[in-house]
Design a protein around this ligand. Sequence first.
Ligand SMILES: NC(=O)c1ccc[n+]([C@@H]2O[C@H](COP(=O)([O-])OP(=O)(O)OC[C@H]3O[C@@H](n4cnc5c(N)ncnc54)[C@H](OP(=O)(O)O)[C@@H]3O)[C@@H](O)[C@H]2O)c1
Length: 262
Amino acid sequence: MLKDKVAVIYGAGGGIGGAVARAFASEGAKLYLTGRTLAPVDAVAKDVASAGGSAEAAEVDAIDEQAVDKHLQSVIVKAGRVDISFNAVGIPNTKIVGLPLVELDVEQFSLPITAYTTSYFLTARLAARRMVANKSGVIMTVTALHSRIGLPLVGGYGPAQAAKEALTRDLSTELAPQGIRVVGLRPQGMPETRTIKEAYEPRAKASGMTWEQWQELLASRTHPRRLMTLKEMAHMAVFMASDKASGMTGTTVNLTMGSLDD
Ligand SMILES: NC(=O)c1ccc[n+]([C@@H]2O[C@H](COP(=O)([O-])OP(=O)(O)OC[C@H]3O[C@@H](n4cnc5c(N)ncnc54)[C@H](OP(=O)(O)O)[C@@H]3O)[C@@H](O)[C@H]2O)c1
């Protein structure tokens, strides 16, 4: 589905970025994987290569404009174009969740809003400038159901996710006429990832539940009464990045398995 598509992934050493990288590679994409720390990105690239895929790893801080620009330019020099830009960066939750809003200071509240929106804006804008030349491309990101429902003890995380979804719509209105689609994924929590444990543990503790009971509660809110896997999320990412999703832009796909109504 992605044969010879050139894909850049930010936060590729993380749970979602790594799973999306493996799924993109298995569908034939040529990967340029990046992350703030090289070692985990390198591990994903080696994994992809040992499965017969094509991946190059680089250390890129996705909120550093010059670093993102320099890396994208190197991709253009090597591969000639960028077809897919996927921003999967995740700010460590331990710094931003667990406190009631009335106890948060401005800095702690603003941290996720600034970091997530700046990173998504920068990676999208810099990719779009290259994609315009080919009149084609797909810009993607990941959000969470916090964008659409009220949840306690999540600080600025909810507003950050809502802002990313708004940016997806706004970017699409400007870029779709130039052949560039902009789409997001909004998965339910995936228990295999460290993020979800970090995010939910303080809330589970606050309500006197164990981590296992908390997962069961979350699962009970989905229609199939289970939480989704990274593989399921990554399969949807492949479809959305592919030309088969050419009719989809300016939207965030609801992957909450019924937890959140449209
Ligand atoms: N996991 C889930 O179930 C789930 C569900 C819905 C939504 N989400 C959202 O999806 C996103 C990714 O989640 P995840 O579970 O994959 O998180 P993760 O495993 O923590 O991965 C995030 C990755 O982003 C990297 N990163 C952070 N800041 C960066 C920066 N400035 N530049 C480049 N890379 C940076 C991290 O690198 P370092 O480790 O070096 O910091 C890490 O490799 C988050 O926004 C999360 O809230 C997750």
